[in-house]
Ligand binder design. Structure first.
Ligand code: ADP
Ligand code: MG
Length: 707
């Protein structure tokens, strides 16, 4: 009993459910070896109670089950070795260090210590036998291990472990050994009473082991199990599955909670709607009408709509948002339209101003650029409700902005904003006590599996049709050595009174460098094409200047627009049907697709030339080929996902880094696919399992999730 806890009271008679729960919920510092200091450190890892330790899973294993002959070691591996100290010396050169050469019959290796005590030095004298473990690396004189774990031994017996050693995620000042001991105690105390919340049919269908067994396999692998075996084990699969499930359930739970809030009913009478549609210079596509129908149904309800509209570049999402705004305006509620960039916000301003010209509600514009008195006035008009239609960038959602009667929030190009920004929006409190409806638009297709983890709190509408009359775009892949040909082609194109884009990309995130590159390119092109009117637009220009350049390009006062990726979203110039993208290999396929979506909008044939830097890697070549041969954003996103792996996509999208304890989006894709069905079963037949599963896997993050 002494090992397994000083103060943990373990019920002696057959423990009932409540007693078992109590053990699991006890604070960790009730375990032996865990004081208040260590408990604080554990809190940083999300560990508060004894049960949390069970779900703190090893992120890898070390193999101390066998002793490696020193002669067989190679750099990069981590190994257990046994040898005799041959030399031991303090080297004053460079950084003072203690070097200990140890050897066996097969070879020798150096142990290097930068921090050591006189005692340690005396201990490691020639002739001493040591057993050590560490990562082998190249040193000055052959292989070495820096700061190995070691112990002095008298015989080679009992130096190995029976099974793999789990390595846990740590935080500053916490030691593996402390954690291992704590986890062992937690297992011993909790496993017999742990409730398995996965219903039997799910366990059977996927041949999953029971929870206790799965946890034991990961924390204390059986002898003979290799790291690889664990990766492949049904135990790990089960836990990864359960973790995905918990995340998915939390999103569903959020959705339910959101839906319980009250929202204004937004409706417009038929005459109003007809007048709006008649003022458009085109007829809505079938897909647009369908999505509008879905939005109308949502907004006629007094609970908030949470709808994601997904539609390829150019599919006409803006007018759908405008229609939604119409419903709010007709019901005397305010609308906020948020775009990720100034340029795009300005384009919305222009479109909305035109479309709502006959409706007596001139849009108000708010971005970070707006300063001083003008800003003050704008903020006041938003707060007193006289500004009905407010368009802007994220400046809209700063604390100083108060809406009098916000009925609808539209967020464009959702992928540019993090999940947290999206969630923060919902928090905007209002004097009315009502929550606004939300319409979120994205051109980035989200693979179904990812959507389950990140967007299952939203309802989905898809615009799967482009407006009629779009001409196909011919894409070619050209090495930068053939730049002269490309220039000749631009000259020829512009002689025919067409316009073109030249897009500069840079791998650096720095906007300054991007702009510099664009300026250089513009200079170069002015030399090469003296008769062509060349304009330049980049992210560091003032909003008004950018707008001026874009407007002039639209009016055909310039022929060739050199730009950074700022034109990715926004501009719409039908006469510009040629686009050159420099260094396309640096961009994700979806981003390339967005860029290419700027052309092919007029009635001329369009061309996209990908001017790559050779040599191109095999995978780079493959990716550009996929892009050249496909035009459907959904197909491109799926292919990108296959080629780059899910983890990377999620990372680069930066849609609120979901952190997993054990699941891995690439390795456990199959588990993720099983989650939806399981969630349905649980919601229907075992709703009591929802909260415990969320608590277990998401801890605080789940418990205090936004409401
Ligand atoms: P995205 O979905 O990429 O945001 P936009 O809303 O910017 O697309 O629309 C792209 C272009 O297509 C705009 O010029 C818009 O006015 C036009 N458009 C939208 N809907 C239609 C339609 N039904 N018929 C013709 N043109 C349309
Ligand atoms: Mg758009």
């Amino acid at each position: 009993m002494s090992y397994y806890g000083r103060r943990v009271s373990r019920p002696t008679s057959s423990p009932g459910k409540t007693a078992a729960m109590e053990i699991q919920r006890q604070p960790v510092d009730n375990l032996s070896g865990i004081g208040p200091q260590t408990a604080l450190k554990l809190q940083k890892l999300g560990v508060h109670c004894v049960q949390d330790l069970l779900f703190l899973l090893p992120h890898r294993y070390e193999d101390r089950t066998r002793v490696h002959p020193i002669g067989s070691l190679t750099a990069g591996m981590s190994a257990l070795i046994v040898g005799t100290v041959e030399l031991s010396d303090v080297l004053p050169k460079g950084r003072r260090s203690l070097i200990c050469r140890i050897g066996d019959q097969t070879g020798f290796i150096n142990l290097r210590f930068f921090h050591f005590s006189a005692n340690q030095q005396a201990q490691l004298k020639p002739g001493t036998q040591v057993c050590c473990f560490g990562e082998i690396r190249h040193g000055y004189a052959g292989l070495e291990i820096i700061h190995p774990e070691y112990k002095i031994i008298h015989s080679r017996e009992n130096v190995t472990e029976d099974s793999l050693t789990p390595i846990y995620p740590l935080t500053e000042g916490l030691r593996q050994n402390t954690l291992r001991k704590a986890v062992k105690q937690a297992l011993h105390l909790c496993l017999p009473h742990l409730t398995d919340w996965l219903p039997a049919p799910i366990l059977q269908r996927h041949k999953f082991p029971a929870l206790a067994q799965a946890l034991r396999t990961l924390h204390c692998p059986q002898p003979n199990l290799s790291s690889h075996d664990i990766q492949q084990s049904s135990s790990l699969k089960r836990l990864a599955f359960e973790e995905f499930l918990a995340h998915h359930l939390r999103m569903l739970q959020n959705k339910l909670r959101q839906k319980q809030w009250r929202a204004p009913v937004l409706q417009a009478d038929e005459g109003y709607k007809k007048r709006f549609l008649a003022s458009l210079p085109f007829r809505l596509t079938k897909a647009q009408r369908r999505v509008i129908g879905e939005i109308e149904t949502d907004c006629a309800n007094n609970h908030p709509m949470l709808r994601l509209v997904q539609g390829d570049v150019g599919s006409g999402k803006t007018v759908v948002a405008a229609y939604n705004a119409l419903l709010a305006l007709a019901s005397d509620f305010q609308v906020a339209v948020m775009a990720p960039t100034e340029l795009l916000a300005e384009q919305h301003l222009r479109n909305f101003s035109q479309w709502f010209a006959g409706f007596d509600c001139a849009p108000v514009f708010l971005t970070g650029q707006l300063k001083g008195k003008a800003r003050q006035q704008t903020l006041e008009s938003i707060a007193d409700g006289s500004a009905k239609l407010v368009i802007g960038t994220h400046a809209l959602f700063q604390e100083s902005v108060h809406f009098a009667k916000l009925g609808l929030v539209v967020i464009d190009e959702q992928h540019r904003f993090g999940v947290h920004q999206r969630l923060a929006l919902r928090e905007k409190s209002q004097p009315t006590g009502l929550r606004p409806h939300q319409l979120i638009m994205t051109a980035t297709p989200i693979p179904r599996t990812l959507a389950m983890l990140q967007y299952s709190d939203l309802d989905l509408s898809i615009i799967d049709e482009l407006p009629p009359g779009r001409k196909p775009i011919t894409t070619s892949v050209i090495p930068s050595e053939r730049r002269d040909e490309v220039i000749a082609r631009i000259r020829h194109w512009i002689e025919k009174k067409h316009q073109a884009y030249w897009v500069c990309t840079l791998i650096e995130e720095s906007e300054a460098l991007q702009c510099e590159a664009a300026e250089k390119t513009a200079d170069y092109l002015r030399d090469a094409l003296p008769d062509v009117r060349i304009a330049l637009v980049h992210g560091r220009m003032k909003a008004a200047d950018k707008d001026g350049v874009m407007q002039a390009f639209k009016r055909h006062e310039s022929d060739l627009l050199v730009a950074t990726t700022v034109i990715e979203v926004g501009v719409d110039v039908p006469n510009a049907g040629l686009m050159i993208i420099e260094n396309p290999e640096r961009l994700g396929l979806s981003q390339l697709h967005q860029l290419r979506g700027r052309i092919g909008r007029g009635d001329v044939e369009s061309y996209c030339l990908l001017l790559y830097q050779s040599p191109l890697s095999e995978s780079g070549r493959e990716r550009l080929k996929v892009f050249r041969d496909n035009h459907d954003g959904f197909v491109i996103a799926e292919m990108d996902l296959k080629m780059r792996g899910m983890g990377e996509i999620m990372g680069t999208r930066q849609t609120g880094q979901v952190q997993f304890k054990i699941a891995d989006l690439n390795r456990d894709k199959e588990q993720l696919e099983r989650v939806q069905q399981a969630a349905e079963l649980i919601c229907k037949d075992h709703p009591e399992a929802i909260q415990p599963l969320i608590d277990r896997w998401l801890g605080d993050a789940g418990r205090y999730a936004e409401v």
